[in-house]
Design a protein around this ligand. Structure first.
Ligand SMILES: NC(=O)C1=CN([C@@H]2O[C@H](COP(=O)(O)OP(=O)(O)OC[C@H]3O[C@@H](n4cnc5c(N)ncnc54)[C@H](OP(=O)(O)O)[C@@H]3O)[C@@H](O)[C@H]2O)C=CC1
Ligand SMILES: CC(=O)[C@H](N)C(=O)O
Length: 262
């Protein structure tokens, strides 16, 4: 008999996180659900306990608040049953770069990058010691596309991709699986919360389809999973071009085109 590890999911009160909770409960995993809205977490936890006979803990936390973030970090460091972190909590932005208020920029970066990084860093040493475990970071296709005009949000998601690639290089030799999931537009509350109308978009993925596809990538132990990308070779080409560029970087001298003509 194998003992399935507990899965801690941030942003589990709605959208992508709530579907991850449902799917891992279906698979027989105990859960820790994290978000700010305790009544929604409690209702989801009760339903999952009842339907799937798994143990579900709720930890209320605003991950932009130091004390709450520290409490979730402590849980990840100390609770040896937790073997998988789904780093999903996030928010979006509306409006252009020049219209962002300082406190909104602060909150977006705090949630999408600082909290995500600190939670991954909190669990990593314990997983390394165990030689097993998984960390899933939810990025976005927007992190590949400054053209989409969500500059700060996209920058946080580019950070998530880079972080995941670096974590993979450092942690996979120690038995830890790291996955970056890059959804494109998916029908969840994030749009309304950011003051955008999801129905104005020409195409939107259903949230169940998105999470089920992400879990196919998870089961295959893929590093980067982009459910809406129809041609997988596009990602390989992008990554190959990046590596090609690095092979033409010489540290000792500036390139010919930057040398003084005088
Ligand atoms: N939907 C989409 O089109 C896409 C979404 N994504 C990413 O998917 C992830 C999940 O978003 P999605 O499910 O779409 O959106 P939702 O708004 O439905 O879910 C966001 C979740 O994060 C939680 N959350 C928000 N702020 C905080 C906070 N300060 N502290 C703790 N939890 C918080 C929310 O719960 P509560 O309010 O209870 O705290 C909620 O559970 C995000 O990282 C998002 O960037 C990526 C690409 C596309
Ligand atoms: C939710 C968003 O704002 C964004 N469209 C995304 O695709 O990540």
């Amino acid at each position: 008999m194998t003992t399935l590890s507990t899965v801690l999911i941030t942003g589990a009160s709605s959208g992508i996180g709530a579907v991850y909770a449902e799917r891992f409960a279906q698979r027989g995993h105990d859960l820790v659900l994290v978000a700010r809205d305790k009544s929604r977490l409690d209702a989801l936890a009760a339903r999952l306990r009842d339907t799937h006979k798994v143990a579900v803990d709720v930890q209320q936390a605003d991950l932009t608040q130091q004390a709450d973030l520290a409490a979730v970090e402590a849980r990840l460091r100390e609770d040896a049953r937790i073997g998988t972190l789904i780093n999903n909590a996030g928010m979006a932005q509306s409006g252009g770069f020049a219209q962002q208020a300082p406190q909104d920029i602060e909150r977006l970066i705090a949630l999408n990058t600082t909290a995500l990084t600190r939670l991954a860093a909190a669990i990593a040493p314990r997983l390394v010691q165990a030689g097993a475990g998984a960390i899933v970071n939810i990025g976005s296709v927007v992190g590949l596309a400054p053209e989409f005009g969500m500059t700060i949000y996209g920058a946080t998601k580019a950070f998530v991709l880079f972080l995941s690639q670096g974590m993979h290089l450092e942690l996979s030799p120690k038995g830890i699986y790291v996955q970056a999931v890059l959804p494109a537009a998916t029908r969840t509350e994030i749009w309304e919360r950011a003051g955008m109308d999801v129905n104005s978009l020409p195409e939107v993925m259903d949230v169940d389809e998105l999470v089920d596809a992400a879990l196919v990538g998870f089961d295959r132990r893929e590093l980067v999973t982009i459910p809406p990308l129809q041609v997988a070779e596009r990602w390989d080409a992008l990554n190959g071009a990046r590596q090609g560029l690095l092979s033409d970087v010489r540290q000792a001298h500036a390139a010919e085109r930057y040398r003084s003509q005088a």
